[in-house]
Write a protein that binds this ligand. Structure first.
Ligand code: URA
Length: 279
């Protein structure tokens, strides 16, 4: 690098960091302008959905050779894989070998879950961040530390609850997952909830709430309210609350999160009582 180009390179790296790009996807730089990586333009009259597309510019973000199928095929195969998983261990294995979601190819590893698979309380967040991608466990960064304190506030430990995300791979640079990526991962998290079979489900933040509780309302309206959630085998109670990352940015909402946690603790006591009187 010449001394003239050094400031430009520094500016570029500073720009990348500011926009959330904090990891390299490949060891070697890729010249996206060469013919090999140019977007492929289908000839006039060709089918609009080829069975397996060659690397377009969007797909080229993944390591070469890794191509996710079209979303509708990926969703169907996710449903099929999730449906057939008889246990959490099998579900994890199926997810680990699932190639239908492009996020798999940019993440370092699968972030499946943490905590107790027999828990009565399950938390579901949006998607792993950088720390989670490194450790392979959900909620281990700053938000995770706050989540641990939220769990402790109702007298439980992290090991007493089960924690997962709607999306089990880190989106590059922590970008928002696309609706297609969410739909592809949805059958897996739904099956994961069914297999854990908690008494109470807590969705953390807007994306997880809207996806799992099938609402279009924002978190300010949904938080603190009880929803029915059909696991596939029974109906359980579900509550949305603020995402810990949001609480770190807006600590004044911790008071409301505390109210939500009180209601969650009370519901757990209630279901424990129901279970002890029915046996
Ligand atoms: N945010 C999430 O939604 N999930 C994590 O695992 C970490 C941060």
């Amino acid at each position: 690098m010449s001394s003239d180009s050094a400031p430009a390179a520094r500016d570029l790296i500073a720009f990348y960091l500011e926009t959330g790009v904090d990891c390299a996807l490949e060891d070697e730089p890729v010249d996206r302008l060469t013919a090999r990586d140019r977007p492929v333009v289908a000839p006039a009259g060709a089918s609009s959905v080829p069975a397996r597309q060659p690397p377009t510019r969007a797909v080229a973000a993944a390591p070469r050779g890794a191509i996710a199928p079209p979303p509708e095929i990926a969703i169907e195969s996710a449903r099929e894989a999730a449906r057939t998983a008889p246990s959490l261990d099998v579900l994890r294995t199926l997810l680990d070998s699932f190639e239908g979601c492009a996020l798999k190819f940019t993440a370092s590893r699968l972030v499946f879950a943490d905590g107790n698979p027999q828990a009565r309380l399950m938390f579901v967040g949006e998607a792993p961040g950088r720390d989670e991608d490194i450790e392979g466990l959900p909620f281990v960064g700053r938000s995770g530390q706050l989540l641990n304190r939220m769990i402790a506030a109702i007298g439980l430990k992290r090991g007493d609850v089960y924690i997962a995300n709607v999306i089990p791979w880190r989106p590059p640079g922590n970008r928002t997952p696309t609706p297609q990526e969410t739909q592809i991962c949805l059958p897996f998290i739904r099956r994961q909830i069914e297999l854990v079979n908690p008494d109470v489900l807590v969705t953390l933040g807007n994306p997880s709430t809207q996806t799992l509780l099938q609402t279009r309302e924002g978190i300010m309206k949904t938080r603190g309210r009880w929803f029915d959630y059909d696991t596939g085998t029974r109906t359980i109670r579900a509550m949305a609350t603020f995402h810990p990352a949001y609480l770190l940015r807006s600590p004044s909402y911790k008071r409301m999160a505390w109210l939500d946690l009180r209601a969650i603790a009370k519901a757990l006591e209630g279901t424990a009582l129901e279970q002890s009187t029915s046996t």
